[in-house]
Ligand binder design. Sequence first.
Ligand SMILES: Cc1cc2nc3c(=O)[nH]c(=O)nc-3n(C[C@H](O)[C@H](O)[C@H](O)COP(=O)(O)O)c2cc1C
Length: 336
Amino acid sequence: MDRYSQAASRVREKLPTEPGPRDFVRFATLAANSHNTQPWKFRITRDSVDILPDFARRTPVVDPDDHHLYVTLGCAVENLLIAANANGRAATATVQNDDADTSIRVDLNRGPETDGTLCDAIPRRQSTKSDYDGTPLSDAEWRALEKSAAHEGVMALFIKDRARIDQALEFIQAGNSAQMDNPDFVNELMSWIRFSTKTSIKKGDGLSGPPAGNPNLPDWLGPILFRLTFKKNKENDKLARQLGSSAGLVIFVAEDESPEGWIKVGRSFERFALQATALGLCHAHVNMPVEEPAVRPGFAKWLGVAGRRPDLVIRVGRSEPMPMSLRRPLDDVILA
Ligand SMILES: Cc1cc2nc3c(=O)[nH]c(=O)nc-3n(C[C@H](O)[C@H](O)[C@H](O)COP(=O)(O)O)c2cc1C
């Protein structure tokens, strides 16, 4: 196994026979998170874990109001609850609004062991950024996904019809074009790309080459090649291939446009992503129309939720897995 794969496997080791809060935190950090910034901190006591925002890891251009940051915290909460509940805890999450910040307390009381299917999927879940194989999902697969996404305060809209997927592609490409025309967006994205394997492993965060199918490049050469090859039309063609080969789209919409509502979206999406993984299905984000303020209102109207804010756009289908992403060491995210 090469050094990159070893580093990716190490953070995904199985839970020990009698896992404790630190083990549950490790599984929480395996959650999906925007640009792999891992904008979280954890405070552990014997019977609880607090999940706190790490504002030093904001992405102010793509995420000016910390929407993705709070969705990301919701993803981590869901992993923590699933891991704890599958291992003899009756874990519950409470959102806390102290001063200006919102955090989440997870209480880890003793309880019965529950079904471990989604917990087993945590180390195998990935955002699969490749083209998919174009095959449809069965009705039973769609039903399981719909059930998994059901969460109080969140609407999950499933788009399975090819003509509607093609219409959605137009919004996705419009959002992508606007982002690629914005030098601040491109600079912020580049600051989170880890061009060399050496830097990927050293930092343990950001967007590494292997999960995206990109080669290991020297850190000095990566940015030059990126600027030469990252072109709007090429990226829009790639999106057309990705959507054309996916079986459908799922759009998550919070009832409440607030950090608490966005945390609920993260929980609903992460459970959906784990269920997809458990079924052997792939998923990836195509969030451009919800990230781009000029495209978002028209997209909401087209979805039938005019005046509301759609939160996430996810494609789903079948494909071979890609290499897994990395994470920072636990000691970097657990407060002493
Ligand atoms: C709120 C949120 C927004 C995201 N936005 C995008 C996106 O626009 N494009 C994309 O390719 N991936 C997106 N991702 C996926 C992350 O890049 C991915 O979760 C991260 O790199 C870690 O990789 P993993 O999910 O395979 O563990 C997003 C994830 C979250 C939680």
